[in-house]
Design a protein around this ligand. Sequence first.
Ligand code: AHR
Length: 489
Amino acid sequence: MKASIHVDARHPGVKISKNLYGQFSEHLGRCIYNGLFVGEDSPIPNVRGIRSDVVKALKEARVPLLRWPGGCFADEYHWQDGIGPKENRKRMVNTNWGGVVEDNSFGTHEFMDLCEQVGCEPYINANVGSGTVREMAEWVEYLNSSGDSSVVRQRWANGRKDPFHVKYLGIGNESWGCGGNMTPEYYAGAYRQYQTFCRTYGDDKLYRIACGPSENDWHWTETLMKQAGKYMDGLTLHYYTVPNGNWKEKGSATEFDGDMFYETLKRAGRMEELISGHLAIMDRYDKDHKVQLLVDEWGTWFDVEPGTNPGFLYQQNTMRDALVASLTLDIFNRHADRLGLCCIAQIVNVLQAMVLTEGEKMVLTPTYHVFSLYADHQDADLLDCAVFADTIPGGLRQVSASASMKDGAVTLTLSNLHAEEGAEVLVNVEGMEHAAVCGRILHGDMHAMNTFDAASCVAPAEFTDFSLTQRGLLVKLPACSVAALTFRA
Ligand code: AHR
């Protein structure tokens, strides 16, 4: 198959916020405990209980932002239970996820420590469903105030003098479902009330995030924007790729046929219409684009791995996931003018994870490697990137791509979404005709994955299968691949 890509490097556009490459961590299954946090007494190397191998991997992938503590868990989380001496922390049962005991040994200070170790920005999602206005207001005060109040003195007593300077605050999660089964009208009113008391302290302007729709719930967006739009900085969107659309039998993460492969990619591609659709509604109420759209939960959702706790949402990750990631990140890049942040679900051991752990072992998933290949798009200027290609079953173009520019270098990420056929792609980057080009590539069979016994089956390698012709740079992309090319003048 022959395709072509035309990039215009002469007119850089908006900045692609690094936060579009954000992550999500929830008290769910083995995401926090075992995955990120093993406790100080663990034989697994850690710093204050936080796994050093995972932190190193996340730093290397340049994770910019991390959302916590949920998800559904956020609306049954009471932050006061997770501060102070560990032996005094309240125990609870995690009723959303597997009914396991939550001992609250990972709380606010541990999360902030994790973010500091990774070098990423925290995004706290607070409790509307079973919390109170005062509880949320005091969490923000605890995090950000430097005033001499009892709440702030509590933070000092817990070892932290300076405020944490948290910018991103989510006010409820999936309030239409696990966060309280609210109507949009009811939630809009609650949102207005809660956000009123979440103050900005000092110079750290709080960025207030309203719970947005699931998938194509246009009515939710319409109601929220109409009734509460002027009180928010961002509105969330949640969209998961369930390969067959059947939530009861979602299908295996690793065993699927070609039809299911293309069906999965087609469903992932719906992100484009969902973002465009919700933005069109938001535009009617927010002509100046003050409210950003935030896709703070996205990714594949398959049946759990056989033999694992159904409430833990643990799934493997193949080249199919890698292509879902690259396709989605290309869509996010293209909408960089209106998206404020995005978080793939979830960072470790849950759903479309970056990292899987088993005891002291860790593997990086194909999805992780896509985020690494895309890292140079973070905070780079978006470039116009036109793709001409035939379609694959399901109707997507066989080649997906996006491009950006930073410090004079152009990054072009391109994926061949065909499971079996290679693609010859003629690439022209206007303004960079004489550039030196280097590349990295991730590819493999659609089922290829990394396991604890074979951790490097899917890993990025140097990519050199391109040559300069009179018509442009001819790039030969193998089937089922994601590549990143860098052009330097
Ligand atoms: O990511 C798993 C769950 O999916 C989250 O807790 C919830 O917000 C969503 O339904």
